[in-house]
Write a new protein. Structure first.
Length: 257
């Protein structure tokens, strides 16, 4: 099931620029919705390869409403991210927040957990709270790096708008601090143990997101600045994660013939 969901997601990623080239920018919100649904499915099927069903449902039941609540606080008060609002481009919405947004949090938080797990040394029996704090903080950074791609392209298409555009290609820097704090806190609450994660599958999703986004923004969407920034920042986590993972593989004992 995971391989099938991955192929479906890749087909959506490849097909989206073709559809927009043929039909113009009008279908973009629907294409973005389909892309999030396909990637969320790939992430959930990846998690299902390592987690029991009860664990998977429990984590989703925390992340989805919590992410919606964070976004609702943001659009209502301006706290955490700065003052912004969603337009009517993404539907359906619940109290002014597209229901697609919590799914987007879930679809990229889990790959960020996997990358952080790969980068950090293997957890020892007595690592305790210090390891959990580093793991959550690094996961939050890996997750926030993705928003260097996401926010500029969505603002350019007026799917959400800032009251006072500034900072990073019109996105206030406070937004990224809010993303990091929120993702770090959610990781601490959920406590996705690094050993139980299906790390390789989730790292593949993170890495494909990294590569496809730079192609999309750099070649098709006309946003080379965010493309380069996102590529460099997500690339740090992807490359470090795979490097550490390959080092672990090299230390495995050779099979006996």
């Amino acid at each position: 099931m995971w391989a099938g969901s991955l192929i479906l997601w890749l087909a959506v990623l490849i097909g989206t620029p073709v559809v927009l080239w043929l039909a113009g920018e009008g279908p973009f919100p629907r294409a973005a919705t389909l892309g999030v649904l396909a990637q969320a499915a790939a992430t959930l099927f990846a998690l299902a390869c390592g987690w029991p069903e009860r664990r998977l449902v429990g984590v989703a039941a925390v992340i989805l409403p919590a992410a919606w609540a964070v976004e609702k606080v943001g659009v209502t008060t301006g706290w955490l991210f700065g003052h912004y609002a969603y337009t009517g481009g993404l539907q359906p919405q619940l109290a002014g927040v597209p229901i697609l947004i919590p799914l987007a949090w879930l679809m990229m938080l889990a790959p960020a957990w996997a990358v952080a797990s790969a980068v950090l040394p293997e957890r020892s029996a007595n690592s305790g709270w210090w390891y959990r704090l580093r793991y959550a903080a690094l996961s939050g950074l890996a997750f926030t790096a993705w928003d260097l791609y996401l926010d500029p392209q969505m603002v350019a298409r007026r799917l959400w708008l800032w009251d006072e555009p500034s900072g990073y290609f019109g996105i206030p820097w406070l937004n990224y601090l809010g993303w990091w704090c929120s993702a770090t806190l959610l990781t601490l609450i959920v406590g996705p143990g690094s050993r139980e994660l299906p790390r390789l599958r989730l790292m593949i999703i993170y890495s494909l997101t990294w590569l496809f986004q730079v192609v999309g923004l750099g070649l098709f969407w006309g946003q080379p600045g965010p493309a380069l920034c996102g590529f460099a920042t997500m690339g740090v986590f992807a490359i470090l994660g795979w490097r550490q993972e390959m080092r672990r593989w090299s230390r495995l004992p050779a099979p006996q013939l």
